[in-house]
Design a protein around this ligand. Structure first.
Ligand SMILES: Cc1cc2nc3c(=O)[nH]c(=O)nc-3n(C[C@H](O)[C@H](O)[C@H](O)COP(=O)(O)OP(=O)(O)OC[C@H]3O[C@@H](n4cnc5c(N)ncnc54)[C@H](O)[C@@H]3O)c2cc1C
Ligand SMILES: *[C@@H]1O[C@H](CO)[C@@H](O)[C@H](O)[C@H]1NC(C)=O
Length: 539
């Protein structure tokens, strides 16, 4: 049989994982990347081309390295837990080199269109038109993986801001913001309190005369550095916590989480109190924002009612002189290369488990990384790719179109109940649930029950420890021999970069770990079996 050829659109983190997954399943990937390098969003550029991702110079991961890694390639132990974008790029380059991905990428090649071939209903093949150096070329592929990212089309809702046309200062989208140099001594208004808004406001406030941060609905703010100085996601994103979250009613979880976040700083006193509950919308990760607010460098403001030539008038009728406005208002999804085939994707981007458009005669098109995990992107995209290539290779079947549609509708209903209405929340998923869901499709979900019997130490770390991506390489297709030791050594890799001044008795952390472990061991024999049984019942 001929080797199947797969087009991978984009060489960001999703594209890299997609290529690796193709190679793993014996498919032949060819990746088209319109820029001249890998990394996508993570590659900082002073002046990115329109339609490409753009980040600010200081951007640092909001997910920690153990949670962010590819599942069979841990980040080097001495790398910091929260990597700066340049560190992330180093990691991605190592990954690409290690798995021999570079030879499969055609740089400075833009995918212009992806169309079904005339015999699509029997062959499942695609015509992919690419453009490079002003010349167009058409390739035939057996499958297509769309890894073009979703942070490229700026969402700039100017129509919602009365008077912005007559405003004489400068305004820009956070996509264009690179560093604070041009804001020295200025009065700057930042609109939007997502991760970018909070970062940008804080950074500019160090040099500006005054920063105003305007938010319509407020936000719950959590920080990277969690209790005992551990990375937040490492502490919170555990199977144990997820099990507890499912056992208790939502209002209680909301209350507990909000109390915890308010104990760091009272969100109401700081003007940040959200109009939504904790679980129903994306939270913002910012370690610095409360510091900038308490030192008066950032003032939190309600929505802007209108702009005049030199000022902004807010909904509470206060008016402030403003020199510049940064719109941190997010992005919209777009797939221009699919534009002339509306049969592939409807306007809501309806997809089966966020990967497969349900209405194709053959499942040979997959979308990778088009979702908002409450957690890291690399492992989620990678797992999607591992599933997609199994489907492409014919090793895994998708349900019928109507079954897929009813699954999609069920998910939509559930999400409408859980989350507030916002463009970002359409693609929001709980990290562990989603990972397990896709892992079950491939048969790589860790079997806690048998591990508990045969490898208690590992089972404990999987259940109580962070739900790191290596868990999905312990069994089944794509099994990695190093997975077990990667899991058991993850705490070492977390502490290693912090121990740059080694103390004789590094008491606190190890003794508190010992304490925690002892209690867990006791609880385990009571709670784990109950949870496992419940899990079996609910599945
Ligand atoms: C400010 C910010 C901070 C973030 N921080 C984190 C974090 O800490 N941790 C985390 O897990 N996630 C984070 N994310 C999410 C982030 O989107 C993902 O980590 C990841 O970068 C997405 O990768 P991707 O490969 O899907 O898309 P991208 O990185 O956008 O890559 C897409 C690639 O496709 C190429 N491309 C697009 N269209 C075409 C075409 N037609 N032809 C050829 N090539 C094309 C682009 O040039 C680009 O290289 C953050 C996002 C933002 C905006
Ligand atoms: C990290 O920031 C990005 C960009 O704003 C966001 O989409 C993602 O959800 C954040 N991650 C977490 C875990 O909050």
């Amino acid at each position: 049989m001929e080797v199947k050829k797969i087009a991978v659109i984009g060489a960001g983190v999703s594209g890299l994982g997609a290529m690796k997954s193709c190679l793993e399943e014996g498919l032949e990937p060819m990746c088209f990347e319109k820029s001249n390098d890998i990394g996508g969003l993570w590659r900082y550029e002073e002046a990115p081309e329109s339609g490409s991702p753009g980040i600010y110079k200081s951007l640092t991961c909001n997910t920690s390295k153990e949670m962010t890694a590819f599942s069979d390639y841990p980040v080097p132990d001495h790398y910091p837990n929260y990597m700066h974008n340049s560190r992330m790029m180093e990691y991605l380059r190592m990954y690409a080199r290690h798995f021999g991905l570079m030879n499969h990428i055609q740089f400075q090649t833009k995918v212009c269109s992806v169309r079904k071939r005339p015999d699509f209903s029997s062959s499942g093949q695609w015509d992919v038109v690419v453009e490079s150096g002003g010349k167009q070329k058409t390739y035939i592929f057996d499958g297509v993986m769309v890894c073009s990212g979703h942070y490229t089309e700026k969402y700039l809702p100017l129509q919602d801001f009365t008077g912005i046309q007559r405003f004489q200062g400068r305004y820009l989208h956070s996509w264009e913001y690179k560093h604070p140099d041009s804001f020295v001594g200025k009065r700057v208004l930042v609109i939007g309190i997502g991760n970018s808004g909070a970062d940008v406001a804080g950074e500019i406030s160090r040099v500006a005369e005054q920063v105003f941060l305007s938010t319509r609905r407020g936000a719950w703010i959590w920080n990277r550095v969690w209790d005992n100085g551990n990375p937040m996601d490492i502490t919170l994103f555990t199977r144990y916590n997820r099990a507890i979250q499912k056992l208790y009613p939502t209002f209680l979880i909301n209350r507990l989480a909000e109390n915890k976040l308010n104990s760091r700083f009272n969100h109401a006193n700081y003007g940040l109190q959200a109009t939504h509950r904790f679980l129903s919308h994306q939270s913002t990760i910012s370690d610095d924002l409360p510091n900038h607010i308490i030192s008066g460098k950032v003032m939190v403001k309600p929505n802007v009612k209108e702009f005049t030539e030199t000022t902004a008038i807010f909904e509470d009728d206060t008016e402030e002189n403003i020199d510049a406005v940064v719109f941190a208002t997010g992005y919209t999804l777009s797939f221009p290369f699919l534009a002339d085939d509306s049969a592939i994707l409807d306007s809501q981007h309806t997809m089966f488990k966020f990967v497969f458009p349900p209405q194709l005669e053959k499942p040979t098109l997959a979308f990778i990384g088009i979702l908002q995990p409450v957690g890291a992107t690399i492992p989620t995209s990678e797992l999607q790719s591992r599933w997609a290539v199994r489907v492409f290779a014919g090793l895994k079947k998708l349900p019928s179109e109507s079954d897929m549609m009813s699954n999609i509708n069920r998910r939509k209903e559930k999400m409408a109940n859980e989350f507030i209405k916002s463009p970002r929340d359409i693609h929001r998923v709980q990290y562990i649930d989603y990972m397990d869901e896709i892992a079950s499709e491939i048969g790589v979900k860790p079997n806690l029950f048998s591990l508990l019997l045969w490898d208690t130490k590992l089972a404990m770390e999987i259940f109580y420890g962070p739900c790191t991506p290596y868990q999905f390489r312990l069994q089944g297709p794509g099994k990695w021999a190093g997975a077990r030791s990667a899991i058991l050594s993850q705490r070492h890799r977390i502490l290693k970069p912090l121990r740059t001044r080694v103390l004789q008795h590094s008491g606190a952390s190890s003794s508190s770990l010992f304490w925690v472990k002892s209690i867990f061991t006791i609880i385990m024999f009571f709670i784990v079996p109950i949870l496992v049984i419940m899990q079996i019942i609910y599945n």
